[in-house]
Design a protein around this ligand. Structure first.
Ligand SMILES: Nc1ncnc2c1ncn2[C@@H]1O[C@H](COP(=O)(O)OP(=O)(O)OP(=O)(O)O)[C@@H](O)[C@H]1O
Ligand SMILES: [Mg+2]
Length: 365
């Protein structure tokens, strides 16, 4: 997969930007605050239909403006296509594929695929449980629209169930709760199963890439709901139905506590997903450099994962990836992305002698 032309008219501080990515190795250079991160954020809008940084759409509208408009030409492996994401304060958000409006913004997910790394995410994602779940969820949504629908339904039922728990002492009674439980567990089992299967697929690449980037000898690992992912395989993975039954038992155990708490205390929305270094939680003990190594390796593994699902390699967007890396690490990283289809890097200055020789340079004024 390759992105060719990109037009931002406007997006955040970029009022009218037209870029033609002629090469599949681009180094985007520019001083602080020029809009390098904004440019990569705009590209990922075309992949996921929302801000990869978790910003609200209206925050990406230029100050004093009323809308943003991102459009691009990209090659999906067989032909050139056009994608446009428009958001207006009055009109709302709309996505256009080859000029025709998509009925739902989320339909954009399986079209142009990209994977985005930003150093801002290192602390945010790796230190907070909810952000780690989001990392995995966004990835699986990019691969499978059914997963997004399951998550959305789960969230709706969870809201209903929580409302019901809060009102338990009055009406409605536990009978209504049981109705919600059945649906919640069915979806919860499916979500847990899909997450686990995704992790089993991803983990070998994560370890391989981490070994190449890290200076030390430590081993990275992933643990989901107390299970060490490297110890599992697809054959040993419990089915979605069995996971749904497990969740039913779990809910029964939590019932009294939930009644007091007034909300649902177990399920995929609370599951622990952790990264480990030599078996110890990286969120509590990892150094900044180690966490960065984990996230970069994870993102590279994401590219492989999505390629495995769609047969197309997503575009890799690496924002400010060289910061805090020495020249050896930086060179290693560039060597690692050698066989990726298209890689766009940003940096405030050239990363060091010879490191990005194969990259075309795009300077942001
Ligand atoms: N909605 C917006 N409207 C106008 N300007 C905005 C908006 N959102 C962000 N900006 C501006 O965009 C600029 C930051 O752009 P960006 O983060 O892309 O810079 P950068 O080139 O990545 O810088 P650095 O090298 O420091 O990472 C800031 O000056 C910020 O104030
Ligand atoms: Mg930046």
């Amino acid at each position: 997969m390759r992105i060719g032309e990109l037009t931002l008219k406007p997006f955040r501080n970029l009022q009218d930007l037209h870029v033609d990515f002629e090469s599949d190795r681009e180094l985007i250079l520019g001083g602080n605050g020029r809009g390098k991160s904004n440019l990569l954020e705009a590209i990922s809008y075309l992949s996921i239909g929302k801000s990869i940084r978790g910003a609200r759409d209206r925050e990406a509208v230029p100050h004093g403006g009323k809308y943003f408009d991102i459009s691009a030409r990209w090659h999906d492996g067989t032909r050139d296509r056009q994608l446009r994401v428009f958001y207006g304060q009055e009109e709302g958000k709309q996505v256009f594929l080859d000029g025709a409006a998509l009925s739902r913004v989320s339909d954009v997910l399986s079209l142009f695929q990209s994977v985005h790394f930003s150093p801002e995410d290192v602390t945010l994602v790796l230190r907070f449980a909810a952000q780690r779940r989001r990392l995995l969820d966004i990835l699986i949504c990019q691969a499978e629209s059914q997963y997004l629908h399951a998550l959305q339904r789960y969230q709706r039922i969870l809201t209903q169930r929580n409302r019901c728990l809060r009102g338990w002492r009055a009406t409605p009674g536990p009978d209504e709760l049981i109705g919600w439980d059945v649906q919640l567990c069915r979806l919860g089992g499916a979500i847990r199963h899909r997450r686990m299967r995704g992790l089993i697929q991803l983990e070998p690449d994560l370890t391989r890439f981490y070994r190449r980037i890290s200076t030390a000898q430590e081993e990275v690992g992933v643990v989901y709901r107390g299970q060490v992912v490297s110890e599992l395989d697809d054959a040993g993975l419990l089915s979605a139905e069995v996971m749904a039954e497990e969740m039913t038992t779990e809910l029964a155990e939590y019932r009294d506590r939930e009644r007091h708490a007034g909300h649902t205390l177990c399920g995929p929305h609370r599951d622990a997903l952790t990264f480990t270094l030599d078996g110890v939680g990286a969120d509590s003990y990892g150094s900044q450099g180690q966490l960065k190594g984990i996230l970069v390796a994870w993102k590279m593994a994401e590219v492989r994962f999505l390629e495995g699902c769609s047969g197309q390699r997503p575009v890799l967007l690496l924002d400010d990836v060289f910061s805090e890396l020495d020249e050896v690490r930086s060179a290693e990283l560039v060597a690692l992305v050698e066989d990726f289809d298209q890689v766009l890097l940003t940096a405030p200055r050239l990363p060091g002698e010879g490191i990005c020789d194969r990259f075309s340079q795009l300077r942001m004024a």
